[in-house]
Design a protein around this ligand. Sequence first.
Ligand code: TXA
Ligand code: MG
Length: 338
Amino acid sequence: METKLFDRDTVATAAQLIAAGEVVAFPTETVYGLGADATDPQAALKVYAAKHRPADNPLIVTVADPAMVARFATITPAAQQLMDQFWPGPLTIILPVLPGRLSKVVTGGLDTAAFRMPANALTREMIRLADRPIVGPSANLSGKPSGTRPEHVLHDFDGAIAGILADGPTQVGVESTVIDMTVQPPAILRPGEVTPEMLEPLVGEVATDHHKVGAKETPKAPGMKYKHYAPTAQVVIVDHPADWPQALKWAAARQQPFGVLATDPVLMTLPAAVPTYSLGADLPAAARNLFAGLRWFDLHPTVTLILAEAFAPTGLGVAYMNRLLKSAGNEHFNPDEN
Ligand code: TXA
Ligand code: MG
């Protein structure tokens, strides 16, 4: 299959492919998604196949507007308030589905489904033209960092999907916040740019049990660490800015080619010989560039160890650290042991 690139001028062709049951990747403000007709189980199955993802994980239903949600789910008053306030934007809302409206290929057999209206106008145009919602898991092979640029999507899916609606790099860089509005108190299942502090004025106290999403993906064998978003090289997190000199010494002593993934203030203090990828100037830039950085090291396979910069787990830092910890399989540099 030839994977075609679409843009503003050819979005109608992309929409036709969606309506015809094909898989077309699409941009959002968070990461690229793999789109297919959410009302066609055969089309949704193609998305799992392309990702090499087990078909028991529920998919996000991506809509062009809140009215599209009403065709499939019960919109509670609190959910309506969230949509009014945060849509379009990086908040995915789990709602009770109306019986029989969505295939279990999409819901994973649950009586709930996740809905998201992304900020990218071109994607909403494609969904509107296709006149049906699209499933939208992140556009990456299962286990790999989510794709945040068209070239990432092409790298993982060239020849395997019908097309890519390309609209440059994404803005937020980490996937949407997922909030379950079918439980009391509402539960944040995945941290993202929309934080509990932003949600609580509207819906009251929220539970932040970040372990629920992906719970099915627990390690298969004892001692095997669960990794997601993982490059081939081992990622090791450097928690405090003051630890860098010691961490560099430790890495060099292992006689293992290593690289550094960090923001400019850290990179400026490093010796020139170390391969580095800049996360940019600050936390928003680091969130935007994290997955691209992890992927960059996969293209430089001589590096087998990546020292990566931590951020304090507040605000957007919660989402950044959630992804970084998974990519590292929870490995931290420990200055007391080294
Ligand atoms: O930012 C995003 O949300 C991106 C872009 C492309 O929209 N999409 C994305 O999709 O990250 P995905 O499939 O990689 O992540 C959706 C998460 C999954 O971990 C899934 O298990 C969870 O949401 N999820 C979906 N439906 C659910 C449900 N009914 N109950 C609980 N969790 C659900
Ligand atoms: Mg994903």
